[in-house]
Design a binder for this molecule. Sequence first.
Ligand code: HEC
Length: 276
Amino acid sequence: MANHGTTLEMPGRGRRRRGAAGPAVRLVCVGVLVGAGSAAHAQDGARFGGRLSIVPVDFATRPNVSGAGQAEAVLEDRTLTIAGTFEGLSSPATAAHLHRAPPARRGPPVFALEVTEAESGRVAGEVELDDAQIQALRRGGHYVQIGTRNNPEGEIRGWLLPRAEAAAAAPPPASYLAGQARTGAVAYRNVCATCHQADLSGGFDAPELAGPAFRGLWGGRPVRDLLGYVRAAMPPAGRRPDEDTLAAIVAYILQQNGAGAGAAALTAASGGKIAP
Ligand code: HEC
């Protein structure tokens, strides 16, 4: 990996500023990342990104877990440039890594990233990927994780998921049957609502499944990606519903995000986009 660092003094970002001047936090910066958001402004190259949220833990033994953030990445040729921000950690960040594992799984760290040694700040890095890593990345197989003084094993993390292509290339809205959404509503309440809430607004570490944040992340992507994620990762523990039931639950999620029912059933092969 390319790790030519310049050391910069940067003011802390986010709500947790302590004095008028703010704490001076140390950020070791990778050359091209000086100037926020350069990753998002790259001309071409596939884009990836996602929210950073707390690592699922047993709160009886680890009560000090908090924080949130986001990370964006651009792949150009073999170089993946990652830039993100975070805030509200329980204690100062001590390390950040890119890990390899499919969504909702744990995997080994594969690259070290630079991180602000504070409760709020930035995470950044520039890494060279091989063919297998690029393939894994395109399937959402890497996540960014930040460890802290309280939680060196990881306090927040988030998957770098492929971003939707430009609007022009977006597929038409996905289709589902009204009956699927009805079946899905019942199954959702039984299997998913304990964590994501009955109104899909999300709770605690489970993200919302209906609303602007969800549509921002998933809206332009083909529905088979969402079904694939749910099939691979949800619910995180316990028995998984069968294929038809999972498709029905995803139809219900589409409905709750404003997509109307159509003439074709939603299946694992459906290519339409998630939000209308
Ligand atoms: C035990 C709690 C729990 C249950 C039950 C559960 N989830 Fe989740 N879900 C989570 C957590 C936690 C995450 C965040 C995953 C992560 O970051 O590893 C998540 C993430 C997701 C995501 C990704 C959302 C995003 O914006 O990134 C989807 C989609 C999802 N769940 C759907 C479902 C569906 C559908 C069900 C029911 C079949 C379900 N979940 C059941 C806890 C749960």
